[in-house]
Design a protein around this ligand. Structure first.
Ligand SMILES: [Zn+2]
Ligand SMILES: [Zn+2]
Length: 391
């Protein structure tokens, strides 16, 4: 397979796409302009069948000229409700909305792959489906909608996709078989006490004091109820109670996130957590309401797909730029596709001092080194061609 687009030209085009998207971010389920832009760019590429599976997602299908399997490539397209603090000229033009996770880059990469594959369709094996997925950042997630409510996955043999990663050096590709990204579940807790005068706590049931005990004791779920090698994170991330300095309030409202990989532990975690909450509340005469929500499934990469991606990475970027990926407690709705087909998700490094792109994801100064776009295209194009080869 020859690369039809010369490298300089490809990079320029990728940067143009990415910067247009970066300037015009939209949050999940509201990606109307984004989807229209993607559709317009895809329609300039001959040989693709372009449809809209949902209001704000776009699908491009390429039927290759050679026999082979059906491969799904996925890019997510949504932005975040963050006020951008970058000052470069292509910063977000929308107050309070920003591409702070790199999905603008993912979209540009998949557009690049689509253009290269379309130009060489006769030499492409099988069928390549390229899904520009909405709403990765917002539960219940766009992937679940596409998987459960459209026929996107019918006949798909294998699925892959990538996430740019500002914490890896630009040019690096990282792959991992098995457990890669955690299930992000959440808890919403209301503790009900009995309010009163701050000078007379003996006449009250203080939900703040009880809530503080709950927060402290929940850490024992991780440290004393779960084996050290079973990964579990319980973080209380929000605690709201009270209005002023001399009033004990009636209620305290807490929220938190619970991250795990193992399905058995994931099912057990809410029971362990509620046991602590119930015990602490009862001990102090408070009551509670607990809402526990299961989020995305964990991303568990299929071993043989990950092995092929590793081989592709070694051939594409060389052993000096390859890393075995570390599992992360972050979540991803790429897992929805893995219910229906084998597949693997991988990382492409996007961090560099030259581009000032080592800020964490979801930070107001997040950005990517745009050289990562070229690496992303090379990896995803090679993965598509390899995975589509007939068995
Ligand atoms: Zn994100
Ligand atoms: Zn992301």
């Amino acid at each position: 397979m020859t690369q039809m687009v010369e490298r300089g030209t490809l990079r320029d085009q990728l940067v143009a796409w990415r910067r247009h998207l970066h300037m015009n971010p939209e949050v999940g389920f509201e990606e109307h302009e984004t989807a229209a832009y993607i559709e317009g760019e895809l329609r300039k590429m001959p040989g693709l069948t372009v449809t809209r599976p949902t209001a704000t997602s776009v699908l491009a299908v390429l039927k290759g000229g050679k026999p082979g399997r059906t491969v799904l490539l996925r890019a997510d397209i949504d932005a975040l409700p963050i006020e951008e603090e970058n000052t470069f000229e292509f910063r977000s033009r929308k107050p309070g909305v920003m591409h702070a996770c790199g999905h603008d880059g993912h979209t540009a990469i998949l557009l690049g792959v689509a253009s290269l594959l379309a130009e060489s369709a006769q030499e492409v094996p099988g069928e390549i489906r390229m899904i520009f997925q909405h709403a990765e950042e917002i539960g219940p997630g766009g992937a679940e909608e596409l998987v459960m409510e459209t026929n996107l996955m019918d006949g798909v043999d294998v699925v892959t996709g990538l996430h740019l990663n500002s914490q890896l050096p630009v040019g690096v590709v990282a792959v991992k078989p098995g457990a890669f990204m955690a299930a992000p579940d959440s808890l919403h807790l209301t503790i009900r006490g009995r309010g009163g005068h701050g000078a007379h706590p003996e006449q009250t049931v203080d939900p703040i004091a009880v809530g503080a005990q709950v927060v402290t004791n929940l850490q024992h779920v991780v440290s004393r109820n779960v084996a050290a090698l079973d990964a579990l994170v319980v973080s209380i991330t929000s605690f709201h109670a009270g209005t002023t300095h001399n009033v004990i309030p009636d209620t305290a409202v807490l929220q938190g996130t619970v991250r795990s990989f193992d399905p058995e532990l994931r099912q057990r975690a809410p029971r362990l957590i509620e046991r602590v909450i119930r015990g602490v509340c009862e001990a102090h005469g408070a009551t509670y309401e607990l809402k526990y929500e299961f989020g995305y499934r964990p991303v568990i990469n299929t071993d043989w797909v990950a092995a092929q991606l590793k081989e592709i990475a070694l051939a594409t970027v060389g052993s000096e730029h390859y890393q075995d990926a570390q599992p992360t407690m972050g979540g991803e709705d790429f897992s929805a596709y893995l219910q229906k087909a084998p597949g693997a998700y991988f990382n492409v490094g996007a961090g560099s001092d030259a581009a000032d792109s080592r800020w964490p994801h979801h930070h107001p100064r997040f950005t990517i080194d745009e050289d990562s776009l070229v690496t992303g295209v090379q990896m995803l194009q090679a993965a598509a061609l390899r995975l589509a080869q007939p068995e």
